[in-house]
Design a protein around this ligand. Structure first.
Ligand code: FPP
Length: 246
């Protein structure tokens, strides 16, 4: 039985989130500049997006650029921004053909004007697509997202729009960048690192984790299938006992 046949399409993660890591090490191993690693990383992005859509995964979120990534050398940040712009331009047709809606989370006001405009254009053009939502986390940091939510909610409390007594988890959810997405079911991190790196801290409360040593530019269909097969073998108890689940 090959890997894809082992996947039960009725029990797919509704929301898959990926920390794409290892582009730099992939390039270094080959004696190439880090930029080549990122460039090859975009190929894995394309394969992953198409494979998720084909399988029927409804929400895919990719950690493309963190708030902390702004501290990388200017040349690398510029390369990543250029890759973002060219990918958005090149992939619009594929997104439309596959009925995929582009979404974005993060502080996009920090992006260069050109990148921000391209992003907003593709988001607008794909807004009615319904097969899958592809969310790019760009200039994203989970603590910043939570802080931002706290500020907005505090203002609403101060102005009597929300009462303190009515505050609950759903109100917090509504004020996160991810307000239109379900909780994350599965997080994949490539490159052998076992960290969350400020990614979706609230949304992963009950997520399953899958870590692989594969570097992101080498991540292909079979690696994704393997992660999903592993996810489907697990019992998700959400704090209950095994007997209660059955
Ligand atoms: C991590 O590798 C990867 C990133 C910081 C950026 C991810 C970006 C891409 C895959 C390409 C652009 C994406 C889109 C959506 C157009 P690293 O540089 O941290 O690798 P290292 O840990 O080996 O140094």
């Amino acid at each position: 039985m090959n890997l894809i046949e082992k996947i039960d399409t009725n029990r797919l993660p509704k929301h898959l989130a990926i920390i794409m890591d290892g582009n730099g090490r992939w390039a270094k191993q080959k004696g190439l500049l880090r930029a080549f690693g990122h460039e090859n990383g975009t190929k894995s992005v394309r394969i992953t997006v198409e494979t998720c859509a084909k399988l029927g995964i409804e929400n895919l979120t990719l950690y493309a650029f963190s708030t902390e990534n702004w501290n990388r050398p200017k040349l690398e940040v510029d390369t990543l921004m250029k890759l973002l712009i060219s990918s958005l331009k090149n992939e619009l047709e594929t997104l439309q053909k596959n009925n995929i809606r582009l979404n974005c989370i993060g502080n996009i006001d920090r992006l260069p004007e050109k990148a921000k405009n391209e992003l907003l254009t593709v988001i607008e053009k794909t807004k009615n697509n319904s097969r899958m939502t592809l969310t790019l986390a760009l200039s994203y940091g989970s603590r910043e997202e939570l802080l931002n939510a706290v500020k907005i909610i505090s203002d609403k409390v101060k102005n009597n729009i929300i009462s303190t007594d009515s505050l609950d988890e759903s109100i917090i959810n509504q004020h996160l960048y991810t307000h239109n997405l379900p909780d994350v079911d599965l997080v994949i991190r490539t490159s052998g690192e076992h960290r969350i790196s400020n990614f979706l801290l609230w949304q992963i409360a009950y997520a399953e984790f899958y870590f692989t040593d594969v570097l992101w530019p080498d991540f292909k269909e079979a690696d994704l299938y393997e992660a999903i097969v592993s996810y489907q073998k697990r019992e998700r108890r959400f704090g209950k006992t095994s007997e209660q689940i059955k």
